[in-house]
Design a protein around this ligand. Structure first.
Ligand code: ATP
Ligand code: MG
Ligand code: MG
Length: 551
């Protein structure tokens, strides 16, 4: 269970180092700043930073900012924060593809001069037609044989803004009959008259991903350029540019399978739709599979990294059971989260034998096995809350909670016995009267009648009220966006339930935002990163104690 699953990339890197093909491994994580990072990106981050770390190398963080219309500073800031939060540090300064625009343009000019690129006037529809299909070769563009001089002139005028968007593009001259569609004279530059978040109005032509990515890698001295499988067919083009340009180094591209967890969508476009249509409260809604959403949900960086290691790195695009992620979270929190008591559905118990103004300061360990986490103080009083689910007037033997005439232990406190109920006019039980069994703190009752079970409780006079948000999976379909599925039709209607007035033990009001706890018998909870305060405690449910999902 502890052996890391297969990581074929690690083997490649190790062999390259051993054979002296590279002297140092240099990788990069290249997000496009057009959305927040999600669990799939976390995998890519772990792979890229992990390969560098494991081999004494370096990993760059590079914004692949070649599509200015969809990008923004907000996304840049969130990505930087998320990578740091996951526990990784990039080498040197943050890089931007846009910082290489002039160099990329100079290389485009170089290709034109070599007769390996040309300006094409076909519109999008014509270009599609000329491109052919998977079974049919494409045809050469009528503009393919323009002279070098004419191409240089047109390219310069494209750059100067003389033409409208879509009027002309720069294409590589490769092979319109190639079985690989990516090699059929791919586009290097398109006209986009938009402001760029980094370069402002400097450019009206922008390089395509294909023309930019490998050259950026070469500029940065990347040795292993790791991406996901959908780029496998782009690799010959990647190599074509590297081999046909005077680049300072020769990076190589390697692909691995995308991470697709079940019950989840991992596409920035779809996640954006959930935000834009108000299905969730924002990119960092605790139900989102974004890094910032998982953070707000109480997932820990260590658990996310552990999950990414557990699932391995392979060349297949399978679906990974989201229960594996949840398992990793649960394991981490079980080990590290302090214990506390909270009552989500309060029912008042009045201990009629207990003096009205008496307060006993009991204490309990913060963690069952980790003494170093210390103790917490639990004031015990005449009135306490228990969960309404933990009381019944009558019940069979399987019900190990409080029953009229029977006993239960209040966790870390006394054994009590229920005597009677008080009802309102509608007949609902509003209070239970009970009494304590003397000398039962840490001891069994002297009369030998043992309690049925142990339940959590909170002092009514010393406890605090809290808002508790109960989260469940956002989708109720295992593969919400597979095949013909419309992911918006598979939203789980019960993914959020808000308990406005839960009761929490007093020490919990001092929780720091983002501090995680196990609420005993309830699950793992975290103090909300943005909205929790001592005056208005807010906790988010991270995950239940056990896997109870019934999809
Ligand atoms: P999306 O489809 O969500 O828009 P993307 O691949 O376009 O994702 P980028 O910002 O370009 O997003 O991704 C940065 C890096 O993260 C790329 O190398 C990409 O391959 C990788 N990546 C994105 N999604 C996943 C995923 N689900 N699993 C593994 N790696 C991923
Ligand atoms: Mg991308
Ligand atoms: Mg994308």
């Amino acid at each position: 269970e502890n052996t890391p699953a297969s990581n074929f990339l690690q083997n490649i890197v190790r062999d390259d180092l051993a054979a002296g093909r590279v002297t140092e491994v240099v990788t990069r994580f290249p997000p496009e700043p057009n959305g927040y990072l999600h669990i799939g990106h976390a995998k890519s981050i772990c792979v890229n930073f992990g390969l560098a770390e494991a081999n004494g190398g370096r990993c760059n963080l590079r914004f692949d900012d070649t599509n200015p219309e969809k990008e923004s500073q907000e996304f840049i800031d969130s990505i930087l924060e998320d990578v740091r939060w996951l526990g990784f540090s990039w080498d040197g300064e943050v890089r931007f593809a846009s910082a290489y625009f002039q160099q990329l343009y100079d290389w485009a000019v170089y290709l034109v001069e070599q007769g390996k690129a040309y300006v094409c006037d076909l519109n999008a529809e014509q270009a599609r037609e000329y491109r052919g299909t998977l079974t049919e070769a494409g045809r050469n563009s009528p503009y393919r044989d323009r002279s070098v001089e004419e191409n240089l002139d047109l390219l310069e005028r494209m750059k100067a803004g003389e033409f409208a968007e879509g009027e002309r593009v720069l294409r590589a001259k490769i092979d319109m009959a190639s079985p690989n569609m990516n090699m059929r004279d791919p586009i290097l530059y398109r006209i986009r008259k938009v402001q760029h978040h980094q370069t402002g109005k400097d450019w009206v032509i922008y390089p395509t991903y294909d023309f930019a990515h490998g050259q950026e890698d070469a500029i940065e001295g990347i040795t292993h350029s790791v991406c996901t499988l959908e780029f496998e067919d782009h690799r010959p083009l990647y190599d074509w540019f590297i081999n046909n340009l005077p680049v300072p180094s020769k990076p190589k591209q390697y692909e691995f399978g995308r991470l697709n967890p079940s019950y989840t969508v991992t596409s920035k476009r779809k996640l954006k739709q959930l935000v834009d249509e108000g299905v969730v409260s924002g990119w960092d809604d605790p139900r989102m599979p974004t890094v910032s959403g998982m953070r707000r949900r109480g997932y820990t960086p260590a658990a996310i990294r552990k999950f990414c290691e557990m699932i391995g790195t392979t060349r297949s695009d399978g679906v990974v059971d989201v229960a594996m992620l949840e398992f990793a979270i649960r394991e981490d929190l079980n080990e590290n989260a302090p214990r506390a008591m909270a009552v989500l559905n309060p029912l008042k118990i009045i201990l009629t034998d207990y003096p009205e103004d008496k307060v006993e300061l009991l204490s309990a360990p913060a963690h069952p096995t980790r003494e170093e986490l210390g103790e917490r103080e639990l004031p015990f009083t005449r009135e306490v809350y228990i969960d309404a689910e933990d009381f019944r007037e009558e019940a069979n033997k399987k019900y190990k909670r409080l029953v009229l005439g029977k006993r239960v232990r209040l966790r870390n406190a006394y054994v009590i016995e229920a005597d009677s109920v008080v009802r309102d006019e509608q007949g609902n039980i509003t209070e239970v009267h009970a009494h304590t069994i003397p000398n039962t703190i840490g001891e069994n009752p002297e009369d030998g009648v043992k309690p049925k079970g142990v339940i959590q409780w909170v002092s009514a006079s010393h406890g605090k009220q809290a808002e508790v948000r109960l989260y469940d999976r956002l989708f109720n379909h295992e593969a919400p966006d597979r095949g013909d599925n419309d992911f918006m039709a598979h939203i789980n209607p019960d993914s959020l339930q808000v308990v406005e007035q839960a009761w929490i033990e007093p020490s919990l009001a001092d929780a720091k935002p983002e501090q995680g706890f196990q609420f005993e018998r309830e699950g793992y909870f975290v103090a909300d990163r943005d909205e929790h305060s001592a005056q208005h405690p807010v906790f988010n449910k991270t995950i239940g104690l056990r896997d109870t999902w019934q999809g």
